[in-house]
Design a protein around this ligand. Structure first.
Ligand code: AMP
Length: 425
C-alpha cells in the first residue's frame, strides 16, 4: 500500500506515559498536529486520586475538569480517561474507535530497540527483559501497554523508547572501563535517555536550517527537571551525558550527575549509609537542591538575585558542567553547525544559557545578549547573525514526537505483514 495513503488514515493518536501511580496522556489530531485533549491521572491506587483533564480549544479558553475520587488501578484510570475522551463536553471524539493508534512512551529499550516499533508479543517480552535496567519505569510502562491493548483492542499500538535515539553511540562511547563481562552478561553500559526530546529538536533544527539532518553536526541540550546533552554527528547521536541510568552527566534538580564513583563507597563505609539511603541521596537530595536547598531553577534564580551565595554557586556549578560537556562534544564532533537549548530551563532561563556559552567564542559559539534576553516562544535564534555556530532555542514536544513516530510506524502496518519487525528481537 502506498505509504502516503496509509498515513492519511492515522488521524487521531493517543499518547500515553504510564508511571507507577500515574497516567499522562494527550490525544492529538495528526492532520493539524494539534493537541485535542491532555491530562494526568495521579495517585492511582491511593485513597484519593486526582484526574486533571483539559480539552484544548482554539480560542485558548480551555475546558478543564478535575475529578478527585479513587482510581483503584491503571485499568480503572484508563477507563475513566476514555470516558472523558468521548464526553460530549470535555471530549474530542464520539467513539473510541476514532483513535487509530496509541503511542506508548517506554523508558528503557536496552539494546533491542534502535527505533520506535509496533507492539507485538515479542516486543512485550523484550521490554520485560529490560525491567532490571529500569525497574521503576519499564514495569508501569508495560502495565500501560497491557491495559491500553485491552481497552483499545482495535487500535494499533507503538512503543517509543527514551533510549532508542542513542543506540547509534559507538562502543568507545558506550562502554565503561569495567570488566568486559559486566557488559556482556549484565548489559552494564551507557544507554542515554531523553532520546525523544533530543531527536525532536534535532529534526526541527534541520527543518529550520533547511538542510538534511544527516548533514548536520549538533549539540542538543535538554535542561528540564532532568538534564542531558547529546552530540549528534551527521544526524546520528554519537555520545550523550546520561549513562546506564539517568543519574549520570549534568547537574539536575535533585540528581547529582557525574560523580567520583568512589563517593558512594565512602558514604557506605564511612557514614554507614545503606544502599537505599545512598540511592535517595544521589537521586532525590543532590543536584541544585543538594547545593542550595531548591530544585526548581526559578527558585534558585530568585534566591541568587536576593543575594544567596549558595544559589549563585549552584548556578555556577550547573553551567560549568554543561560548558565542559559542550567542549568535550565539540572535540568529538570536530565541527559544529548548531547548539540547541530545550526544555523548561533551556527554553526559559537566559542566565543559564549565557553561563553555558560564555568564553566559547574560539569554538565559534557566541550568544547575542539582546536576543538571549528577549522573551519569546517558539524556535528562536540567539546567536549573532554572523555567528559561526547557530545557537537556537527549540521548544521540545515529546508527546508530538511520540505521536509522529507512532504514525510513521503504524501507518502501513497490518498484523502478520512483518512490517517494522525488529531484527534485534
Ligand atoms: P521541565 O522538566 O522541562 O518541565 O522543566 C522544569 C524546569 O524548568 C524547572 O527547574 C523549572 O524551574 C524550570 N523553568 C520553567 N520555567 C522557567 C523560567 N521561566 N525560568 C527559569 N527556569 C524555568
Amino acid at each position: 500500500m502506498d505509504s502516503l495513503l496509509c498515513a492519511v488514515t492515522v488521524l487521531k493518536i493517543l499518547v500515553i506515559n504510564t508511571g507507577s501511580s500515574s497516567i499522562k496522556y494527550q490525544l492529538l489530531d495528526m492532520k493539524e498536529q494539534q493537541v485535542l485533549v491532555s491530562g494526568l491521572a495521579e495517585k492511582i491506587g491511593e485513597t484519593t486520586s486526582i484526574l486533571t483533564h483539559k480539552k484544548i480549544l482554539a480560542n485558548k479558553k480551555n475546558r478543564t475538569k478535575i475529578k478527585e475520587e479513587r482510581i483503584c488501578n491503571h485499568r480503572d484510570g484508563l477507563i475513566q480517561i476514555t470516558g472523558l475522551l468521548v464526553d460530549p463536553e470535555y471530549g474530542a471524539i464520539r467513539d473510541k474507535s476514532e483513535i487509530s493508534a496509541i503511542g506508548h512512551r517506554i523508558v528503557h529499550g536496552g539494546e533491542a530497540f534502535i527505533s520506535p516499533t509496533i507492539i507485538t508479543e515479542k516486543v512485550i517480552e523484550a521490554i520485560k527483559k529490560n525491567i532490571p535496567l529500569a525497574p521503576l519505569h519499564n514495569s508501569p510502562n508495560l502495565t500501560g501497554i497491557e491495559v491500553a491493548m485491552s481497552i483499545f483492542p482495535n487500535s494499533r499500538h507503538a512503543a517509543v523508547f527514551d533510549t532508542a535515539f542513542h543506540q547509534t553511540i559507538p562502543p568507545k562511547a558506550f562502554l565503561y572501563a569495567l570488566p568486559y563481562d559486566l557488559y556482556k552478561k549484565e548489559r552494564i553500559r551507557r544507554y542515554g535517555f531523553h532520546g525523544t526530546s533530543h531527536s525532536y529538536v534535532a529534526e526541527r533544527c534541520a527543518d529550520y536550517l533547511n538542510r538534511p539532518l544527516k548533514e548536520l553536526n549538533l549539540i542538543t541540550i535538554h535542561l528540564g527537571n532532568g538534564a542531558s546533552i547529546a552530540a549528534v554527528k551527521n544526524g546520528e547521536c554519537i555520545d550523550t551525558s546520561m549513562g546506564m541510568t539517568p543519574l549520570a552527566g549534568l547537574v539536575m534538580g535533585t540528581r547529582c550527575g557525574d560523580l567520583d564513583p568512589a563517593i558512594p563507597l565512602f558514604l557506605a563505609d564511612h557514614l554507614k549509609m545503606s544502599l537505599k539511603e545512598i540511592d535517595r541521596l544521589l537521586n532525590k537530595e543532590s543536584g541544585l537542591k543538594g547545593i542550595c536547598g531548591a530544585n526548581d531553577m526559578r527558585e534558585v534564580i530568585e534566591k541568587k538575585n536576593k543575594g544567596d551565595n549558595l544559589a549563585k554557586t549552584a548556578m555556577e556549578i550547573y553551567c560549568y558542567r554543561i560548558k565542559k560537556y559542550i567542549g568535550a562534544y565539540f572535540a568529538v564532533l570536530g565541527d559544529l553547525d548548531a547548539l540547541i537549548f530545550t526544555a523548561g530551563i533551556g527554553e526559559n532561563a537566559p542566565d543559564i544559557r549565557k553561563g553555558c556559552c560564555s568564553g566559547l567564542i574560539r569554538l565559534g559559539i557566541e550568544i547575542d545578549n539582546t536576543k538571549n534576553y528577549q522573551p519569546g516562544k517558539g524556535l528562536r535564534e540567539i546567536s549573532p547573525s554572523a555567528g559561526e555556530v547557530k545557537v537556537l532555542i527549540i521548544p521540545t514536544n515529546e508527546e508530538l514526537q511520540i505521536a509522529l513516530e507512532t504514525r510513521k510506524v503504524t501507518a502501513c502496518w497490518s498484523k502478520g505483514s512483518g512490517f517494522a519487525e525488529n531484527p534485534n528481537l
